[in-house]
Ligand binder design. Structure first.
Ligand code: F6P
Length: 342
């Protein structure tokens, strides 16, 4: 058996841990050969691959990024894309594919599986917005990075009597903002799922200043105000999956807070810092177990599935369960953060 591996979409800490586990178990226990496709779906689309054996995966467990590189290539947007993939897989004698990705990469995997390609998915994204799994790897690392930033911002905000707004990633789902906000003791958390009222935000800011502490406002990049409720864009240009580039809601909020409360307010955008560097122990553990179970699914011929975390078990679910609908923050989960607002 020869198995192809690819990593697609935005990178996240733990991708290398998955690749390592897939290859180590596949070679040692099943006698498989592996080939790495470069840059997500661009690899099989253009037949661009690299050797992937135990030697190539040594020492990569703690490394961020992905040794296979990534892209947001969408083969369904390329003329004859699916045929090119199937003929390139056949030309390199690849019997099965392990696709490691988020909603877009696994969305392609779902459609390819329906067309008869032998594919198993592994859910990754710092956004934690894939359904069917309790957590995706990469999320815990991103939350810890954001929490550390919030901890640091508390002390400098207090020294200067400033409000600090922390813009974190999260296009349609506020998981990073919610978890980091709770862990970091934020005074306001704003998420895409619940449009915010700027008057309420300013009231929380003022109430926090009255306690002699300085407010920290954590906002997801995709959060929107109730009034004039469009997402704040850095660029309206669409990528191959139809996504615009978000960014700027933090600055918008800081300006509004200054104008309305008269207190100095600044914004900090964490951006790709949240996606880079070494994974936490939890993400290494989760990514490793996902990798071990993904290659076991290949051995069992259980294609069209995705590995998923349920409690502490790794299970297999149909790919469509992960990609059909985004997992968003529920009102009762947000309400837990609201207890600490102001
Ligand atoms: O999907 C993960 C993610 O980090 C989103 O939260 C964010 O909107 C997007 O990727 C940014 O992607 P890029 O690095 O391609 O601009």
């Amino acid at each position: 058996m020869r198995v192809g591996v690819l990593t697609g979409g935005g990178d996240c800490p733990g991708l290398n841990a998955v690749i390592r586990a897939v290859v180590r178990r596949g070679v040692k226990e099943y006698g498989y050969e592996f080939v790495g496709f470069r840059d997500g779906w661009r690899g099989p689309l253009e037949g661009d691959s690299v050797p992937l054996g135990v030697d190539q995966v040594r020492g990569i467990l703690p490394r961020g990024g992905t040794i296979l590189k990534s892209s947001r290539t969408n083969p369904f947007k390329v003329d004859g894309g699916v045929e090119k993939i199937t003929s390139n897989l056949a030309a390199s004698d690849v019997d099965a594919l392990i696709a490691i990705g988020g909603e877009d990469t696994l969305g392609v995997a779902t459609r390819l599986a329906d067309l008869g390609v032998n594919v198993v998915g592994v859910p990754k994204t710092i956004d934690n917005d894939l359904s069917g799994t309790d957590f995706t790897f990469g999320f815990d690392t991103a939350v810890n990075i954001a929490m550390e930033a919030i901890d640091r911002l508390h002390t400098t905000a207090e020294s200067h009597h400033r409000a600090l707004v922390v813009e974190v990633m999260g296009r349609h789902a506020g998981w990073i903002a919610l978890h980091a906000g709770i862990a970091g003791g934020a005074n306001v958390v704003l998420i895409p799922e619940k449009p915010f009222d700027i008057d309420d935000v300013c009231a929380h800011v003022e109430s926090r200043f009255r306690t002699n502490f300085s407010p920290i406002i954590v906002v997801s990049e995709g959060a929107v105000p109730v009034a004039g409720g469009d997402m704040t864009l850095q660029s309206g240009e669409l990528d191959a999956f139809g996504h615009v580039r978000l960014g700027g809601i933090g600055d918008f909020l800081a300006k509004q807070i200054e104008e309305r409360t008269g207190k100095e307010a600044r914004a900090v955008v964490l951006g790709h810092v949240q996606r880079g560097g070494t994974p936490t122990a939890f993400d290494r553990w989760l990514a490793t177990r996902f990798g071990l179970q993904a290659v076991a699914a290949v051995r069992d011929g259980d294609f069209g599935t995705m590995v998923a975390l349920r409690g502490t078990d790794i299970v297999r679910v149909p790919l469509i369960e992960g990609t059909g609908e985004l997992k968003t923050v529920q009102p009762e989960q947000y309400a837990e953060a609201e207890v600490f607002f102001g």
